[in-house]
Design a protein around this ligand. Sequence first.
Ligand SMILES: Nc1ncnc2c1ncn2[C@@H]1O[C@H](COP(=O)(O)OP(=O)(O)OP(=O)(O)O)[C@@H](O)[C@H]1O
Ligand SMILES: [Mg+2]
Length: 245
Amino acid sequence: MLSVSGLTKTINGQQILRGVDLQVAETETLVIIGRSGSGKSVMLKHLMGLMSPTSGEVHIEGRQIVGLKERQLLPIRKTVGMMFQGCALFDAMTVEENVAFPLYEAGERDRKVILGKVADALDSVDLTGHEQKLPVNLSGGMKKRVALARVIIARPHCILYDEPTAGLDPVVSDSINHLIRRMQKRFGVTSIVVTHDMKCAAHVADKVAFLHEGQIYFYGAFDALMASRDPLIQDFIEGRSGDTD
Ligand SMILES: Nc1ncnc2c1ncn2[C@@H]1O[C@H](COP(=O)(O)OP(=O)(O)OP(=O)(O)O)[C@@H](O)[C@H]1O
Ligand SMILES: [Mg+2]
């Protein structure tokens, strides 16, 4: 469904990705973990053509997307939806308008069709009744759910989640984890979830990849990650920085 090979990215002389190889099978959920600044968000942006690699290839549903023009990327962006790290909601638009936005962008103008799809998307993320609120009046968890509704309304085959549970309390995080699973079960989507949250990883991962110094340091099942005796992996899992006071 989705694969990258030999992906490298250098920005202003800084080597961020140094040869990443990854494959995600259809309907599978891959969790990517790694230290802050290790290049996880940069890697996700390559999967939608929002960034272009220094070298390497990205295949989405068998199609090589590196080097495509903006116009050629449009169908890819319909196939792959991304929930951004900061939600990226439009502050001046209501929940309803935010969620409807991808439909307008795709040229849909039939108000009845739009409202019907918005209602379905909001129902999928348990936000019915909040249509007229502005983002500023939503809790962190609600914002994430609006962002997810805006992604799923376009019916992507693949969803990329960048830190879906960051900054949320454990209960709200748990509900987001369930939603990620629900999207996989209900719509059969293939997912990549970037997270620091090991509970989230445990809940949603079919496979886990650990990105370290621009390369995939570990790839395998979540249980294998937890059982690993590699000091680097253990330090990450247990949240040890190696610093002394
Ligand atoms: N557009 C850009 N221009 C210059 N440097 C960038 C750009 N985007 C990312 N970087 C750099 O690339 C590195 C990786 O950033 P990235 O956002 O991918 O980290 P991350 O793994 O997602 O971290 P976090 O867990 O904190 O979100 C950082 O050093 C960052 O400063
Ligand atoms: Mg990031």
